[in-house]
Design a protein around this ligand. Structure first.
Ligand code: SF4
Length: 248
């Protein structure tokens, strides 16, 4: 990801940023959220999904394969995979043992094989071989939860959705945009806070920042472009664990 390298605003905040819904007025939080969005958008102007795909179906398969696996690894597997199985019908009729070997390097390959084959069969049998465009329909497919459905809606169809993965959930919590742990509830909190047209890109921005700066174990608050607006800034111990005495 391209970054601007700005440093001037990356200082320990002089005044504590109030955090979380119970203490921070909703209107104040919305202003802070908008500012953070703008800062991230400037910091990561090229943020987008890291999975390679040409069609909604390819993105669907790639997203299923990306569970517990890096996007880079998935991108190494999918070109050959889609040459061998170019359509939902091809995957629906695949030999499971053979497909397991084809996707083995992405991990959890037995479950993923089952999901991809059954998902493809449903597409062929219920949706004419096309990926559906609604959350309710996508959720009927095996291997597809809200996160995957939102990835498909947002990135394949341009329908705004918030896909709460580990980075998005962690950033939402640390930035004081949610008190929830349940991804579905985090999704709702973020939907209420950000304009609909920004939902899909918000996820890309959070993922970019989560990978580059706000890592799970050791966030780099000292170089973070939103540290002045983050209630969790500099509240992690030297070991990277949240220092609970400092609160969040
Ligand atoms: S790196 Fe630190 S300051 Fe930046 S968002 Fe994460 S916890 Fe907040």
């Amino acid at each position: 990801m391209k970054t601007t390298g700005r440093k001037s605003s990356r200082r320990k905040p002089t005044a504590a940023v109030k955090s979380h819904s119970k203490r921070e007025p909703k209107a104040t939080r919305a202003v802070r959220a908008a500012k953070i969005y703008r800062t991230f958008a400037a910091e990561y102007p090229d943020a987008k999904t890291a999975l390679d795909f040409n069609t909604p179906f390819e993105l669907l398969v790639a997203t299923i394969l990306s569970a517990q696996c890096t996007d880079a690894r998935v991108n190494m597997v999918t070109p050959g995979l889609f040459r061998k199985y170019p359509s939902p019908a091809s995957f629906a009729g695949a030999n499971p043992t053979e497909l397991e070997q084809d996707i083995k390097s992405t991990g959890f390959y037995r479950q993923k094989t089952k999901s991809v084959i059954n998902c493809s069969r449903s597409l062929v049998e219920k949706f004419g071989g096309e990926v559906p465009r609604t959350m309710d329909e996508l959720l009927t497919l095996e291997g597809v939860g809200r996160k995957t459905a939102n990835v498909i809606l947002g990135n394949a169809f341009g329908i705004p959705g918030i896909a709460v993965d580990t980075h998005v959930g962690r950033l939402a919590q640390r930035l004081g945009f949610t008190n929830e742990d349940d991804p579905a509830k985090i999704e709702i909190d973020l939907m209420e806070l950000f304009p609909k047209e920004n939902w899909t890109q918000l996820c890309h921005l959070f993922m970019a920042h989560g990978r580059k700066v706000c890592a799970s174990r050791l966030p780099k608050c000292e170089v973070c472009c939103v540290s002045a607006s983050c209630p969790s800034a500099f509240k992690f111990s030297a070991k990277g664990k949240p220092d609970l005495k400092k609160g969040r």
